[in-house]
Design a protein around this ligand. Sequence first.
Ligand SMILES: Cc1ncc(C[n+]2csc(CCOP(=O)(O)OP(=O)(O)O)c2C)c(N)n1
Ligand SMILES: [Mg+2]
Length: 315
Amino acid sequence: MSIERGIAQGPQQPRMVRSPDWGMMEGLAEACSPERSLAMFRKMCLTRYFDLRVRQAQLDNDIECLIYLSVGQEAVAAAVAVVMEGCYVLGQHRGHSVYLSFGGRPERLADELLGMSTGCCGGMGGSPPSHDFERKIVAHNGLIGDQVPVAAGIALAAPGERVICFFGDGAAEEDYVLATLGFVATKKLPLLFVCEDNDLSVLTPTVERRNWSVVDVAQGFGLNAVDITDDPWLIEYWTTTLADQLPAIINIRTCREFWHNGTGSDNNAEWSRFDLTKAKLTEIGLRDKARAIELEIKTFVEDLWNERLQRRSAI
Ligand SMILES: Cc1ncc(C[n+]2csc(CCOP(=O)(O)OP(=O)(O)O)c2C)c(N)n1
Ligand SMILES: [Mg+2]
């Protein structure tokens, strides 16, 4: 198959290609069914409003554990999930978006963050290990990138199942991540890797950490690979295309709105994919339906947190 490399050679490239339009293709939103466009937006809203509520809960001292928020990066898991829902999926510490987009139960995540025994990890794990094994969601233990070899193990152990593995641009630098990419290419395992490239490892931008790109290295190993921005229709397009050509990797340029962990904000996100998505939905005639979904999800999240907080105070 022929897939454009999507990134020019050179040590400065990882930083230079960050843009809200990187790899964009004309007409994708127009060609997508309204149902699918709105399904992606619904998942984006759920992650965004859930995590904004998590942030508020921590500011109110209702949450004691460390939290890693997906706000700003909602489109990545949302768009992959509409194509590949039902697959095994592994996430990293910033994984509420993966949990919520792939059908993890929101009340169990809220309970987990509130330290309740009804949480998805018995209230003992906090933000990264947001598992829902019944829904094939395997979350993180905090060792950066270790979900990558684990995902290869699941793909080996569960023949016939496709596996999706999310990791960060920082995790890509771990030796076991690179070794696994080579192993998966050799064994031709049915794995889709998604690198959520927010250009930061804690606080250090990519250009200060490495002179190579994930896509170049993955292609060198023989994986199909593309490097794109976090437009949901573009992600949907490439996920659909690559789902039949695994193993593959999609490197997705995205923006973290809050600090590495917790509720702080150290810089302005380079773009707001949430606002750009709403503008595009308006352009393709879905403004009113999108507004109704946004309002519905906001209310759902607010009611859910109020109810879970009441339950906890009754314990
Ligand atoms: C093996 C290992 N090395 C280092 C760390 C410390 N650490 C925690 S998060 C992080 C950066 C992760 O960056 P990235 O994978 O890009 O995820 P992001 O936080 O940007 O979503 C590092 C180095 C760790 N948890 N595990
Ligand atoms: Mg990162």
